[in-house]
Design a protein around this ligand. Structure first.
Ligand SMILES: Nc1ncnc2c1ncn2[C@@H]1O[C@H](COP(=O)(O)OP(=O)(O)OP(=O)(O)O)[C@@H](O)[C@H]1O
Ligand SMILES: CC(=O)C(=O)O
Length: 369
């Protein structure tokens, strides 16, 4: 059990000035109590994310109920609920992968990246149900680490994903974040299913594989928004491509009137330290200036020592950065282009979910017709 030295919520009572960029907080062992959800909600959280790689349905249901309880009693604040359907891997002694076709999808010579590239294994041989590897970059294999097989694992919705999706429908969540979407078909399949269930759950595609990059436009068109999942992106593509892709995905989403979340490592050092690095602060400010609708905390709020401080830093940095964005000097990239004399334009208030856009600086998207 974690010991929390984070008693700092009193430092920032519920913000009186409205922040426009939304904050997604991953709820985990550090924050899954009534007290912590209340404090996070009052401090900064707009969306509670549950990572289905960890915990079980019973523990996630408890969090969903607490968030709904908070919403029911709160007069002026609503927290949205997001299920991240990603599934994890491994036990501490012998790695096992809960991906059905894993053995068929890898070949001798493939490099497997573990825990966002912290370790790598080269595939040597395989049997009907196991894969033998040589350790290339070693390290400590903790439980439930992610494993990426470079470009080989072609992802589609797995039986376990469907269990999570049905769980989300039963519990009326607001968003799914769907992992490793290779093409728009996966999104369509899910959207059709949700339509059949008569529920209004928005689908956020996680852009986290090189495979999805050529199909970005169609994937995002089919979805309600995208998440720049920098952890996996950085494990599968050269790391220097990540900030470039972040800018591209944000611009694309904005030009299409879709929500966009920037995720992973935003305040990573605050998992163990009470203050962030200056680089982390800049990272949040850059995402806000680039036009992200939301920024996300992962381990910082899920299992960190200072979840409330981390949420507070994200709040103040986003708020301060927004104050420097003026519509005259910092118009979205697509605006100048759209307003050429003689061209027809449509102005759309993007996103039907007020949780994302109603108070956003980035809420008006313009595109050519
Ligand atoms: N519901 C939970 N129960 C237990 N631990 C959790 C839970 N949610 C998150 N964690 C812990 O917090 C860490 C960070 O959460 P996060 O959602 O970033 O997951 P991740 O496994 O690192 O990867 P990803 O974000 O790529 O899915 C996890 O690795 C896990 O140790
Ligand atoms: C959030 C996530 O899944 C990633 O960054 O890979």
């Amino acid at each position: 059990m974690q010991k929390f030295s984070d008693t700092s919520v009193g430092m920032w009572s519920k913000p009186t000035v409205r922040r426009k960029t939304k904050i997604v907080c991953t709820v985990g062992p550090s924050t899954n109590t009534r007290e912590m959800i209340w404090k996070l909600a009052e401090a900064a959280m707009n969306v509670a994310r549950m990572n289905m790689s960890h915990g079980d349905h019973a523990s996630h249901k408890k969090v969903i109920d607490l968030v709904k309880e908070y919403n029911a009693q709160s007069k002026d604040n609503t927290i949205a609920i997001m299920l991240d359907t990603k599934r994890g891997v491994s036990t501490p002694t012998c790695a096992s992968v809960n991906y059905d076709d894993f053995v068929n999808d890898v070949e001798a010579g493939d490099m497997l990246l573990v825990d966002g590239g912290m370790m790598s294994f080269m595939v040597k041989s395989k049997t009907k149900d196991s894969v033998k590897c040589e350790v290339v970059d070693g390290g400590e294999l903790k439980s439930r680490r992610h494993l990426n097989a470079e470009e080989k694992v072609q992802r589609y919705l797995q039986p376990l994903d469907w269990e999570d999706i049905k769980f989300g429908v039963e519990n009326k969540v607001d968003f799914y974040a769907v992992s490793i979407v290779k093409d728009a078909q996966v999104v369509q399949e899910l959207k059709n299913y949700l339509k059949g269930c008569g529920v209004d759950i928005h689908v956020i595609v996680k852009i986290e594989s090189a495979d999805s990059i050529p199909n970005l436009h169609s994937i995002i068109t089919a979805s309600d928004g995208a998440m720049v999942a920098r952890g996996d992106l950085g494990a599968k593509l050269p790391i220097e491509e990540v900030p470039i892709l972040q800018g591209k995905i944000i611009n694309l989403c904005r030009s299409m009137g879709k929500a966009v979340i920037v995720a992973t490592n935003m305040l990573e050092s605050m998992i163990v330290h009470p203050t962030p690095t200056r680089a982390e602060v800049s990272d949040i400010a850059i995402a806000v200036r680039e036009g992200a609708d939301a920024v996300m905390l992962s381990g910082e709020t899920a299992h960190g020592k200072f979840p409330l401080k981390a949420a507070g830093v994200m709040h103040t940095v986003a708020l301060r950065t927004e104050a420097t964005i003026t519509t005259s000097s910092e118009m979205p990239a697509n605006l100048g282009q759209a307003f050429k004399k003689g061209e027809e334009i449509v102005i759309v208030q993007s996103g039907s979910q007020p949780i994302w856009r109603s108070q956003s600086t980035h809420n008006i998207q313009v595109r050519k017709v």
